[in-house]
Write a protein that binds this ligand. Structure first.
Ligand SMILES: NC(=O)c1ccc[n+]([C@@H]2O[C@H](COP(=O)([O-])OP(=O)(O)OC[C@H]3O[C@@H](n4cnc5c(N)ncnc54)[C@H](O)[C@@H]3O)[C@@H](O)[C@H]2O)c1
Length: 442
């Protein structure tokens, strides 16, 4: 859009001018895996960015020029803080001085598998205190379709300002893939949908300053549903391939070889891989936001429930594999030493949220095994009330009755593992190409 001083009469035009000239003061609520990389991208693009988080220690680390998110380099944070482009605070009153505010807070499930909206509500209550003409608010947390219009909008319009005229509200799903060196915040296309067309225009203009490709859509509901389609697609396809892995195991067929051969089809097939179960903050959780909303509309999300059940069974399947492999060697899980290689929910990251490794360790301990683990990214894990420290490298593999590869981090010395372990259950096909009597694949 082209603006001249003579046309800067509405809140939209003033905001558009500030965004285009990168003088807009940007705010990010929630400085985690999503919020901190986003804050850094906008600061790198020349905006002055203020991050807001409840956790004092995170705020202190950022202001000290440090990073606690693996994909964000401390050097980048330090340079941006030094240049006055990035700062963090626990004080929400700064919103009064900001032009944009992105909400990147957690959206977990309650024990009942219902959405826990308390973090979004808490963040919006703070924004509502300081919402002002010309503010662009964008929800990025993954949530059910309808959240932005039905929950966030009424909270922010309480002051009598009109959305699309006085302030602007969008939903834009975050698609960050932690640990992915090829696709990061900057080059992952950004979908954005506003409550009104003017909101979408503001949102698209905003992201267009710092990110490479913006995909405007017609509504917040479409943008919300895009994220749920993407993650539900993954979750269901992983569920399908996990079920096939169980079938193939029973029939003595190598599922990994089947998938590799099927993936040679140049159209109409996309490979998904089985594993020890789903992990992370997204795939095991997001589809249940959709099934919850769908139930309200009178439709049971049967694919989601089924895939959720199958994926949830995978840690049990892995433990059965371990048990059968030990039984074949006249041993039992009870009294055995089982060593877990990798506890992060996927390779080359340090995140153990919802990691299937935690379930596997718990199940093995319940059956009377002594369990140790090692993970180059995770020094300790919390198991209920107990903290389990990582084993010293080396000895545990040789001493264990069985080693279970749960996470296939790059850099693992699999030749040494094959040479030193008595028995290996490989849930990731990390030992692709190897054959050995002591190797059991998923
Ligand atoms: N991690 C991912 O790979 C990923 C990918 C895509 C989407 N998402 C979605 O993005 C959202 C954020 O996920 P995340 O992984 O960054 O979570 P996170 O737990 O890493 O970070 C959330 C941050 O928000 C802070 N916070 C919580 N409540 C707050 C409040 N009321 N005010 C201010 N700060 C608050 C927390 O202290 C934390 O620092 C979730 O909805 C998630 O589903 C995550």
């Amino acid at each position: 859009m082209t603006t001249t001083p003579a046309t800067l009469s509405t809140a939209a035009e003033l905001l558009a001018e500030k965004i285009a000239s990168r003088t807009a003061r940007v705010g990010i609520i929630g400085l985690g895996y999503v919020g901190l990389p986003l804050a850094v991208e906008f600061a790198k693009a020349g905006f002055t960015v203020t991050g807001i988080d409840l956790v004092e220690s995170k705020v202190e680390r950022i202001n000290a020029g440090d990073s606690y998110v693996q994909d964000v380099s401390p050097a980048d944070v330090a340079a941006l803080v030094e240049a006055g482009k990035l700062k963090a605070t626990t004080d929400f009153s700064v919103i009064a001085e900001l032009d944009t505010i992105n909400i990147c807070v957690p959206t977990p499930l309650r024990k009942t598998k219902d959405p826990d909206m308390s973090y979004i509500v808490a963040a919006c209550q703070e924004i509502a205190k300081f919402v002002h003409p010309g503010l662009l608010a964008i929800l990025e947390s993954t949530t059910y379709p309808g959240t932005t219009d039905e929950l966030v909008l009424p909270m922010l319009s309480g002051t009598g300002m009109a959305v699309g005229r006085d302030f602007f509200l969008c939903f834009s799903p975050e698609r960050v893939d932690p640990g992915n060196p090829k696709f990061q915040t900057r080059n992952i296309p950004k979908v954005v949908g506003g409550v009104t067309a003017e909101c979408t225009r503001m949102g698209a203009l905003f992201y267009g300053q710092a990110l490479e490709h913006v995909v405007p859509v017609s509504s917040t509901q479409v943008a919300e549903m895009v994220k749920l389609l993407e993650n539900t697609f993954r979750m269901i396809n992983i569920g399908l391939v996990n079920e096939l892995a169980v079938m193939c195991g029973r029939m003595g067929i190598n599922i990994w070889e089947v998938i590799d051969a099927a993936a040679t089809k140049p159209f109409g097939f996309m490979p998904f891989y089985p594993g020890p179960g789903l992990g992370g903050h997204c795939i095991p959780i997001d589809p249940f936001y959709l099934s919850w909303k769908s139930r309200q509309a009178g439709i049971e999300a049967r694919f989601i429930e089924l895939a959720g059940y199958i994926n949830g069974q995978m840690p049990h399947f892995v433990v059965e594999k371990v048990q059968n492999a030990l039984n074949d060697r006249a041993k039992a899980v009870k009294g055995s030493h089982i060593h877990i290689l990798g506890v992060a929910y996927k390779r080359d990251i340090d995140d153990v949220r919802e990691s299937p490794a935690l379930d596997i360790i718990h199940l093995l301990q319940r059956r009377g095994a002594t369990v140790t683990f090692i993970d180059p990214y995770v020094p300790s894990i919390r198991m209920d009330e107990e903290i389990l420290l990582a084993a010293e490298p080396g000895g545990a593999v040789t001493n264990a009755d069985c080693v279970v590869i749960v996470t296939d981090h790059a850099g693992t010395d699999y030749d040494a593992l094959l040479a030193n372990a008595a028995l290996i259950v490989d849930t990731r096909n990390a030992l692709r190409g190897h054959t050995s009597d002591k190797l059991i694949r998923l």
